[in-house]
Every structure is written in structure tokens, then in C-alpha cells.
Write a protein of this length. Structure first.
Length: 370
């Protein structure tokens, strides 16, 4: 794999991808997707205040449109330029891609022990945890702990993540773990000598002209950022990361913290569809046996957000705030759905039924009648 995969910047140059000065994808409608857009409109103020959807192929955007408004207290209509908190899409758009680049450069070994790169990752049986275990959520680490309460600084939070005891033996059990992503963040930062945001900006976002994608969005973006949850003091979170632990980490972590637009993510999906070597990362690893997880990515399974009509080689991910991305290389198709379903509260879980239905409607729209 190492010989076949190179960094994003190199692949962008080789593939002739759009330079940084190229325009962002423009809003686009297509009558074939009327059922998709109509359905999303029916979910406004039920599953989410607003949403942006992008559908396309490796060389084109077929649909890029917005429905609804910014938030429960913000009636402005969302647009295709609206910026969303990606939540756990950060794990694949950012962290996994960083790992792919480092493997391609020969700097990271998937089957090496984590302790080779993060010596502070200590505790019983932790010497057996590999990079592959972290990427497949099979390290044995617990899913989460309240670092935003336990820690005072980013360094302290990462130290707590490093010393958290394993709950299971490495490779035995799937437990979706934000803590594992925090450890992997340290792997990337240690190998590159850069904080994760700086590394990704230089090696992925700028080369792919993802001009509206970053951690810690600047104040100038505030008017086009979709708000997330109402906090305990009654204020709405806007422009800062929704995830509490990422907030404690200064807004920069591999598990959450990225903000982006559907148009930028369409660029990323198009690039990924054009790089067959990277699709090796999207195959099920069978670690632990029977898991649907690939390297960083997930694959379709029963009751998946991918719906029922994606192919067996499809891959994708979801984010807690109401975001998702699914890519099917056999159909040459990507579906990106960005919402702020947590506005005003995370207790609204209707997005769970919206995602798979949207995916099925898209596939139906692109399937010729028999």
C-alpha cells in the first residue's frame, strides 16, 4: 500500500485537480432530484432547521441546493455557502486523510504499535494497540469521557486520553471511540511537527481549494455559520465547536472541530473518487471480525445511514450535529448532507430516518427506469 499511495498535494498535481483560484461549486438543481428536495423541505423544522445537499460524480456536481433556515431563532434562508459544524466527519475528512498521506510518505505504519509514535500512551496491554486498531475503533479504549470537565488545558486533556485504561483487549471489540481519535491526533502531530489544523490546511484544504473548510472559523464567517445547540445558559452555540471535548482541546482535534460547506466537501469527494489507490482505505478491515468499519471510514450495514441501495464498496460517515457523507465508487456517486439538527437541542434525533431515506431517493433518481 505504501508504494501506491502518495500525498494529497502530489495527487492533486498529478490528477490535474482544480487550482486554488478556481471558483467554488455553484448552486445547481436537476429535475431528477425533485423528490429529494421535496422530501428535505418537508423535514424543515422537524428534523432540522435547514440543510444543504450535494450530489455528484467524480467529475461533476449534479445537485447542490439548500432548504430551510439557519436556526430556531434565525429565519434567514440557508444557502449553498452556509458553513456547518461537521462534528465527526472531522474523523474522515481530516484525521483519516492525514493518516493516508503519512502512510503514503512512509512515515506511518498501520500495524506499528501506537507507543512508537506516542510514548505517553501507557497502561496495561496498551503496547498491543496498533494504528490500525485506532482507525477501526477496536483499540479497547472506551468511547468517551468528560475531558471538558476533567482537564484544564489541551495538554492535560490529551494526557488523560493517553492514560485512560483499556476496557477490552485490542482487536476484540468494536467501540466507537473519540478518545482513540484524540490519540491518533497526537500521532499525526508528532510525525508532522504541526498542529492538526495547520497540517491539514497546508496539505489538504489549500491544495484541493477547500476555501471554506477549517478548524476555528474566523469571525468573518460568523454570519454564514449555522448555529448548533442552546447551551445551559440559554445562548446558542455559533462559530465555536459544538463538541465539548473538542472545545477543551482548543477546537482542534481529530474527532471533531472541522467546519465546512457542502461545496467544499463535494470537491473532496470528487478528488477521492478519482484516486483508486485511496479506496484501499475504504474496504472493511474485519477488525474485529464482523465489523463494518474500514480504515477511519464506515461501510453500509443493516439500518445504515447509507440507506438500502448503496453498493457493497460504498463508504461514508456521519457527524453528531447532523452531517453525513456517503461515496459509492461503483456508482461513481457521492451524497453529502449537512444539517444542524442539534439546533436547538441534541434531543432531536429525527435525522436518523432522514439520512437513509435521502440516500435511497438519490439512488432511485439516478436509476434508469426498466
Amino acid at each position: 500500500m505504501k508504494k501506491r499511495i502518495v500525498g494529497v498535494a502530489a495527487l492533486v498535481a498529478c490528477a490535474g485537480a482544480a487550482p486554488q483560484t478556481s471558483p467554488s461549486p455553484q448552486a445547481r438543481t436537476d429535475a431528477r432530484f425533485d423528490s429529494v428536495v421535496t422530501y428535505l423541505r418537508s423535514q424543515v423544522d422537524s428534523a432540522f432547521p435547514g440543510a444543504v445537499i450535494a450530489v455528484g460524480r467524480h467529475d461533476s456536481v449534479l445537485l447542490l441546493t439548500a432548504v430551510g433556515h439557519y436556526g430556531i431563532d434565525d429565519p434567514r434562508p440557508v444557502t449553498t455557502e452556509t458553513v456547518y459544524d461537521l462534528a465527526s466527519l472531522t474523523k474522515v475528512i481530516g484525521l483519516t486523510t492525514a493518516c493516508m498521506m503519512l502512510v503514503g510518505e512512509g512515515k506511518l505504519d498501520l500495524d506499528a504499535p501506537v507507543q512508537r509514535y506516542v510514548p505517553a500512551f501507557r497502561g496495561p496491554n496498551k503496547e498491543r494497540v496498533t494504528i490500525r486498531h485506532l482507525l477501526t475503533h477496536s483499540s479497547g479504549l472506551p468511547a468517551w469521557r468528560p475531558l471538558y470537565i476533567e482537564a484544564t488545558t489541551r495538554a492535560v486533556a490529551l494526557a488523560i486520553a493517553d492514560t485512560t485504561p483499556l476496557l477490552r483487549q485490542p482487536g476484540d471489540t468494536f467501540v466507537y471511540s473519540d478518545l482513540g481519535a484524540m490519540v491518533l491526533t497526537q500521532v499525526v502531530e508528532g510525525l508532522t511537527g504541526q498542529r492538526l489544523d495547520a497540517y491539514l490546511d497546508a496539505h489538504e484544504f489549500k491544495p484541493l481549494s477547500m476555501i471554506s473548510t477549517r478548524f476555528l472559523p474566523p469571525s468573518q464567517w460568523r454570519t454564514r455559520i449555522a448555529p448548533t445547540e442552546r447551551s445551559q445558559d440559554g445562548t446558542i452555540i455559533l462559530g465555536t465547536v459544538h463538541d465539548e471535548n473538542s472545545w477543551k482541546l482548543g477546537g482542534v482535534s481529530g474527532h471533531a472541530g472541522l467546519f465546512s460547506t457542502a461545496g467544499d466537501l463535494a470537491r473532496f469527494a470528487q478528488w477521492l473518487l478519482g484516486q483508486p489507490a485511496y479506496l484501499e482505505w475504504t474496504r472493511r478491515q474485519n477488525v474485529p471480525p464482523g465489523s463494518s468499519r474500514a480504515l477511519g471510514w464506515d461501510t453500509p450495514s443493516e439500518n445504515s445511514s447509507a440507506g438500502t441501495k448503496m453498493g457493497p464498496r460504498a463508504f461514508g460517515h456521519t457527524g453528531f450535529t447532523g452531517t453525513s457523507i456517503w461515496i459509492d465508487p461503483d456508482k461513481d456517486l457521492y451524497i453529502i448532507l449537512l444539517t444542524n439538527r442539534v439546533n436547538p437541542t441534541r434531543e432531536n434525533n429525527r435525522i436518523g430516518r432522514v439520512r437513509p431515506h435521502v440516500a435511497d431517493l438519490v439512488v432511485d433518481a439516478l436509476t434508469p427506469p426498466r
